[in-house]
Design a protein around this ligand. Structure first.
Ligand SMILES: C[S@@+](CC[C@H](N)C(=O)[O-])C[C@H]1O[C@@H](n2cnc3c(N)ncnc32)[C@H](O)[C@@H]1O
Length: 511
């Protein structure tokens, strides 16, 4: 028998881009089988996959039906006939696919309710969705959950909503989704609806070493949900390496708590899980007195809309004859800062390496008031069509730059294991690769204290609880969420007594 454990990952960038457009990554067998087993619930019957692809779940269902002697019927949808065509290579035949409709599951769903739904929905992020489709999707969420979800919800989120709406009473659903389904801005609305209307049985997460899609920068998790009255507790598990036996045993046991070498499963409070983010471990936040926002204010770095035009080297400024006083020192890429401090020496070394560190920071003065070379440079920008670019077109005049007071600390926005706070001794302004962290007091002792507190390993460890995870340990943190970063009590007590920290009124020192 041919094993269906091939997940499809192409190495060439173009091929991967194409896959991303369509969300075509196949579920490995060790994940597909326990998902199908949960959905079938020992009773067999109709199994529906809304995004069949090459048929990973159909294949798993056939294996399980044969092993358990269950009568299983297969049905589903797929938008791309070419994806479906690949199912033959994995042992599925025409009869297996007879009830698969070619079409869009989200916008043209089946008309009947379904007893068992299993899916690896296409992971198509919101910025890849056409504007008209986004409008239709938001309308759909208003119809189903009574709220228009934040625009950052990707197609997979709407797959989940649509599938839940189609689930029969006592029906079961198992979905493998990226972690942003539980971490995105829309997550609270989505999960409030789900946990108020369905029974969340279990959530399975994966350590990077156990990822079902190795080499792909998503952090997936599996949701097990029943159309039954809501529950207060659910089982949350983390898989530390691919452990098919432990996983199958866990699902068959009805999600009992366990601690084996490959799998840890614990019972959690649903409310806590939703507030923490179901992709994350239980949060001790409730026991922490302090969050970063008590001591600092966070803002994103400057968005120029065209770094190539506004951000340059001194050599280029001089070559173009631009007035140096129209520029501020800035830092653009996290890769440019390997150290934990931005010093004048670092800026000089970047300059020597031809890295830009000067940001054209103009106010709203009319073009005519600028010296000739600057006027001509801006006219060049106009010819390049910069004034009509999406972000730039919102500025009046288009060359007016956002203003930031140089922050004492920068936070490297997206990093693999190197998510960190950086001290800004050189007084640079960061671009959007960083967040600006402004302590709520200018007092030197307070700033020093904060520096130690922020870089303490126990503080850094809490970043995973407020950030969005991208697999491989990469974490992206939004400004408001960074302000919710828990600062462990013992860290505050070690470096700055709470009394001393509290002396500073929590009011913004910068605005
Ligand atoms: C991540 S793949 C999963 C395929 C398969 N079920 C598996 O788990 O290996 C998602 C599939 O959804 C299909 N798809 C994308 N948009 C769709 C839509 N709106 N309706 C139905 N299928 C869609 C893609 O072509 C792709 O084959």
């Amino acid at each position: 028998m041919q094993r269906f454990d091939a997940y499809k990952i192409q190495s060439a960038w173009e091929a991967r881009e194409l896959l991303r457009e369509r969300g075509q990554f196949w579920t490995p067998r060790w994940i597909a089988e326990p998902m199908v087993e949960y959905a079938l619930a020992e009773r067999g019957g109709l199994l529906f996959d809304p995004a069949v692809g090459a048929g990973a779940f159909f294949h798993a269902a056939k294996v399980i039906a044969r092993e358990k002697g269950l009568p299983v019927r297969l049905a589903g949808m797929e938008i791309d006939p070419l994806a479906l065509a690949q199912s033959a290579a994995f042992g599925l035949n025409e009869a297996d696919l007879a009830q698969v409709t070619i079409g869009d599951f989200v916008l043209q769903p089946p008309r009947t309710k379904l007893p068992a739904i299993v899916a690896n929905p296409p992971y198509v992020r919101h910025h890849r969705l056409p504007v008209e489709k986004k409008v239709q999707l938001r309308r759909l969420s208003t119809q189903i959950i009574g709220k228009s979800l934040d625009g950052r919800a990707g197609l997979h989120v709407y797959f989940l909503i649509q599938a839940l709406a189609l689930l029969e009473e006592d029906g079961r659903l198992a979905f493998i989704v990226p972690a942003d389904t539980c971490e995105g801005k829309f997550a609270l609305d989505l999960w409030t609806w789900i946990t108020n209307n369905f029974a969340l049985d279990a959530v399975l997460t994966f350590a990077p070493e156990a990822s079902p899609f190795p080499g792909v920068d998503t952090n997936p998790l599996v949701l097990f949900i029943r159309n039954a009255p809501p529950v207060d507790k659910f089982c949350w598990a983390k898989c530390y390496h691919p452990a098919p036996d432990a996983l199958n045993g866990w699902v068959r046991s009805g999600f009992r708590e366990l601690d084996t070498t490959g799998l840890l499963a614990i019972c959690r409070d649903v409310h806590e899980g939703v507030m923490t983010g179901l992709s994350r471990e239980p949060s001790p936040t409730f026991t922490h007195k302090y969050v970063l926002g008590d001591f600092a204010q966070v803002m994103r770095g400057v968005a120029t809309g065209a770094n190539d035009f506004f951000f340059m080297t001194l050599e280029r400024i001089e070559r173009l004859g631009l007035p140096r006083e129209c520029f501020v020192r800035a830092i653009g890429r996290t890769r440019d800062v390997a150290e934990e401090e931005i010093t004048h020496q670092l800026l000089e070394s970047l300059e020597r390496r031809g890295r830009p560190t000067w940001l054209l920071s103009l106010n709203g003065d009319p073009l005519e008031l600028f010296p000739g070379p600057l006027r001509r440079y801006l006219q060049e920008g106009e010819k390049m069509g910069l004034p009509v670019r999406p972000l730039i077109s919102q500025r009046k005049p288009w060359y007016r730059m956002e203003v930031r007071i140089p922050p004492p600390f920068l936070f490297a926005y997206l990093g693999r294991r190197s998510c960190r706070f950086i001290r800004n001794t050189a007084g640079v302004v960061p671009l959007t690769g960083f967040l600006c962290v402004y302590p709520r007091s200018h007092d030197a002792a307070f700033v020093d204290c904060m520096w130690k507190i922020l870089n303490h390993p126990d503080t850094i460890a809490n970043l995973a609880r407020v950030g969005k995870s991208y697999g491989d340990g990469a974490i992206k943190v939004e400004p408001r969420l960074l302000e919710r970063l828990s600062i462990p009590d013992h860290v505050v007590e070690q470096f700055g007594s709470p009394v001393q920290m509290r002396l500073f009124e929590p009011k913004p020192a910068y605005s």
